[in-house]
Design a protein around this ligand. Structure first.
Ligand SMILES: Nc1nc2c(c(=O)[nH]1)N[C@H]1C(S)=C(S)[C@@H](COP(=O)(O)O)O[C@H]1N2
Ligand SMILES: [Mo]
Length: 168
């Protein structure tokens, strides 16, 4: 992993990773045996437990700073985080402050379509309570859905929102 032997925590001695699918479907650690079969003929461990058989990773984005619920000082403040849409890549990330117009964030160079992509938007924080919202658009032009869903059965969705206070 990253040019070094795979650590035990991440699946030593052997691990299977299929880009674009959630971990429970595809990312077997401590691999012991492989049986050649078909998708139709075999249900994986989590399928009888209520999880979806096919679960491609949904386009998602996250605000890492400022931290939710934090008190920050007014003035220039980067709003930043990561976005991901494995196999499709990230084309655009937008932020809305207090429900205002979507502003396009700056994107870091894409390592590849399967990697997280960092983003940042320069914000001039004014005193008061604020709500920050983010959404991403993937390489096919599809924008992340606003509709909230739980992780079960096929992955969480919705727009990440952070509320914070700017002190005067
Ligand atoms: N054997 C085994 N492999 C597994 C799991 C597991 O429960 N057992 N969980 C999967 C899930 S859901 C994830 S997200 C990844 C986490 O791997 P990481 O710790 O290397 O990020 O392992 C996957 N591989
Ligand atoms: Mo997972």
């Amino acid at each position: 992993m990253n040019g070094a032997p795979l650590p035990f925590e991440h699946g030593f001695p052997a691990r299977l990773v299929v880009p674009g699918l959630y971990g429970y479907v595809s990312a077997t650690k401590w691999l012991a045996e492989i049986e050649l079969t078909t998708l139709e003929a075999l249900d994986g461990y989590w399928i009888p437990r209520g999880w979806a058989k096919e679960a491609p990773i949904k386009t998602a984005s996250r605000i890492d700073v400022p931290r939710p619920g934090s008190d920050i000082a007014p003035g220039p403040t980067p709003i930043a985080g990561v976005a991901w849409a494995p196999t499709r890549g990230i084309d655009r990330v937008e932020v809305s402050v207090d429900g205002g117009p979507w502003q396009t964030a700056r994107l870091a160079a894409a390592i590849g379509p399967d990697s997280w992509r960092q983003w940042v938007l320069d914000w001039d924080a004014t005193p008061g309570e604020h709500s920050l919202r983010v959404r991403a658009t993937d390489g096919t032009g599809a924008t992340q859905t606003e509709q909230r869903a739980d992780p079960v059965p096929d992955g969480a969705s919705g727009w990440h929102t952070v509320t914070l206070r700017v002190t005067s």
